[in-house]
Structure formats: C-alpha cells, structure tokens
Design a protein around this ligand. Sequence first.
Ligand code: MSP
Length: 502
Amino acid sequence: MKKYYITTPLYYVNAAPHIGHAYTTIAADVLARFQRGRGIATHLLTGTDEHGQKIEDAAKASGKHSIDFCDAVSGKFRDLWKRLDIQYDDYIRTTEKRHEDKVQELFALLMKNGDIVKGRYEGLYDVVSESYVKEADAVKGPNGVLLSPDSGKPLQKLSEETYFFKLSKFGPRLLAHYRDNPGFLAPSNRALEIVRFVSAGLEDISVSRAKVKWGIPVPGDPDHTVYVWFDALINYWSATAGADDLWPADVHIVGKEIYRFHAVIWPAILMAAGLPLPKKVFAHGWWTVDGRKMSKSLSNFVDPCEITQEFGVDALRYFLLREMPFGNDGDFSKASLTKRYNAELANDLGNLVSRVAEMVDKFLGGRLPTKPPLSGDFYTTVVAKRTPEIAAKMEELDFHGALNAIWGVIREINARVNEKAPWKLAKDDMAQCELVLFDLVWSLRLVSGWIDPFMPHTAAKIHMQLGVRQFPDSLTAEDVLSGVKERVGLIQKGPVLFPRKA
Ligand code: MSP
C-alpha cells in the first residue's frame, strides 16, 4: 500500500531557522497529522540542504570545516522541529551518502541519455538564492553593479565550463502534464504563472559548478560538482531508496520563491529519468516583517523559540496557519498574534471548554448520562455535519479555511451555552440540563478532534477535561503532574488552556 508522502523543502544550513521555515514545516506536519488521524499511512520528509557556494562561504566565515558547520546548523533545525512537535518520519541531509549516491546515479543516467551535455556558462549568478540570473532580470545598483532582483545583493559574473541539462526540450511535455493534471500546480493563481513561464519557452540550465568544491562530484568528471539545486531537488526521490511504498510524493510543499524549481525543473528531471511525477506541488506565500520578506539575508527574522516561550507551541502553530490563506503573504507582528491569542484561543476556545467542563462537574458530578434521548440534537445537526467540509479543506491544504470553519462552529457552541443557560436549567429542569450538557460535551470532543492536527497538546488537554479516557500519545509530563490524570474519565475543569496575555 502506497503511503501518503509529504515533503518540505530542504532548508539551507547557512543560518539558524526562523518563523518562515517553521511555517512550511508546521503546515506539512498539520497535513501529516490530519492524514494519520483518518487512518491513512503517511510519511513526512524534511531535512537540510548542505552543499554549494553559499554554505561553503558561510562555513569559511565561521572558521569551521564545512561538514562540522553543517552538522551544527542542521542540528538546530532538528532541535526546532522537536520543540514545535513536528512528527517527521525521515530527515535527509544532502551530505549523506544515501543521497549523494542517488544524485550521481541520476546525473549519470541523464548524461547517458543525452539530456545532460557539456558546454560553457557565461552569465550572472546569485549566491543568496543559488540561481543563475538573466542579464535582463538583474537590477542596476550604484556604479553599475548588477544586483539580484530577489536579495538585492551583488551578482557574480561566471565564465566556466559546465554541464547543461536540456530543460528546453521538456516544455511541451510539461505543458501537457499541467493541462492533464489540474491538481498538480496549486494554488491555481500560481499555476497560471508557471504555465505562462513555460509557454514563453525554456532555456537549458547549467547543472554543475567548476569552481565550487563543496558539492557532489560529477560522475566521471570530479573537477566539477553538481549544481546545488540539481543535487537538492533529488532528495525527495533519493530519500525513498529501498522503500517501494513512497514514490511518487503526494505533495511537495514549498515557498513561492522556489516554485519554478519545483514546478518546472524538478518534473523535467523526473521526465528525463523516466520516473513518475509528484501528484501536487503547492506554493505558499511569505511571512513579511513590515512588508519585507522575512529572511536570513535581510536579518529581519523572528525566532520561533522566543515566540513559543511567550505564547506556547500550540499558539504559534495555530497563528501561522490561521492568519492568512495558505498561498497568500502575511505580515508577522506580535500585536496580531496577541490579538488572535486572546480573542480566539483564550476566549472563544479556552473559556468555552472551562465553562462546559465546570458545569458538568458542578451539575452532574462530572458524569454525562450514557444515552439521553436525543432528537434534532445540536451535536448532529449543527456540529458533526461540518466534518466533511472541514476535511475537504484540509485535503486541499486550505488550513486557513478549515480553521475558519472550526472557529465558526466554536462561536455557535458559545452562543448555544448563552442561549440555553444550563446554570438556570440546573435549577428548574434537570433533564433538559443533562441533554444540553451532553450535546455541548460531545460537540467539544469533536472540535478537539478537528483541532488536533494544529494543536496536539491543546486537543489532548481538552480530551482529558472532557473525560475522554484514552491517554493520547501527546500527553505531556505537565499534563500528568497537573493532576488531571487522577480523575480520568470524569469531566472536570483543568488548568486554563490559554492564560490571557497583556
Ligand atoms: N535549500 C532551498 C530549498 C531546496 S528544496 C529541494 C531553500 N532553502 S531555504 O532555507 O532558503 O528555505 C526556503 C523555504 O523556507 C521557503 O521555500 C519556505 O518554505 C520557507 N521560508 C523561508 N522564508 C520564508 C518566509 N519569509 N515566509 C514563508 N516561508 C519562508 O530555498
């Protein structure tokens, strides 16, 4: 049985991770948790991109040997993923032998097929994005210095012998693939850009560097190393070596700035190698700070660890996917995080769970009637019927839409509490009070299932407060020590889920 296979980009190890990297990885983890939760065998791959000129330069500047430098920064990414509760199944580093062997195998195959041939590259190169830049796209800086249109940093002039991949010949096949597989490019506005770009005609690309030593040697020509992008893209396939239940990937999740590499070059490489294409390549938008892309090169980045120390891991996971549609750009600010935290997490969700749990404890001794006579109940008619819509949004990677729908239901549950006023019913209509509370508890149990991929700790805490007996995997020591454990199975208020922030 083929597994549902999700990938993140491999992050460059030139500097420590920031919120932008966390964003992609959290999104991939949310999708993976959602799929696992519905019983689908799932495989999540992430890792680090460790070769090339940028890393070689960064290692030199740090005074470390390249591999020691890579070990250290790759470790920081791993540490962050642990902290952010990322359940990845495999972590690949491009400096691993399992990867290097496969890159050489594929490079040699394409040479043999005549899709990689030797030539000469004369032109511009952007070390920050590790990409070849056309003269026409360069920006003229002071004194006529040519600058990268992306990073604004000076471009290098290259004049070297190189190997070319015959990308130009794959244009028509790529266009046919986009046409016949409408789900391949997502979201749809990005698809248009790619189709336009490919329709304008593709040029062959240089896939080796003569002057970069920190890379995988070209098979049979060790004076050249494989171009870092050709090397890195292959990870998605090299990581599946020995497993026949993974390839092709179901979805590659990437940021929009690297979409062409994934939507044009990568499928063309696979076509040249005679390998099946991934099912979907999804490009999300950027987190900006004061309108500028958060990036290592601009030094305007936010440290995810600082945010989690202040707001907790679940709140960060929630905010990143809630703030803007997956695909759009958004500006990161503590003010908007605090606003959502207080309004949506502390108030809408946290208070609701506390209120409901407290009422069941107080009015029913923590026990729900096993089977009240329900008809036209709120749980079924208002809450549970939303599951298919939420699941469909999750499947489409519309995390923002799914959370919108979930919070719509949470608001309806809040309205229901106020409308039915169980504290009044407890005085004069106990049977009705039981019914209403039964409905509310089951509604919240379902809501906690929906939010579980986004906020696994919160979902586990809600489960415990609402008497779900099974201890979830994500139970923390903190949960156990808080004493909730002793009365497992009974419904009772627990520690405040989201203490309000000033
Ligand atoms: N190494 C390449 C990818 C190779 S994949 C075969 C690379 N690495 S990177 O470290 O620069 O990471 C880029 C990815 O990090 C983006 O595509 C995106 O997923 C994420 N982000 C980095 N900065 C970001 C923002 N400011 N906002 C949102 N995502 C960002 O490119």
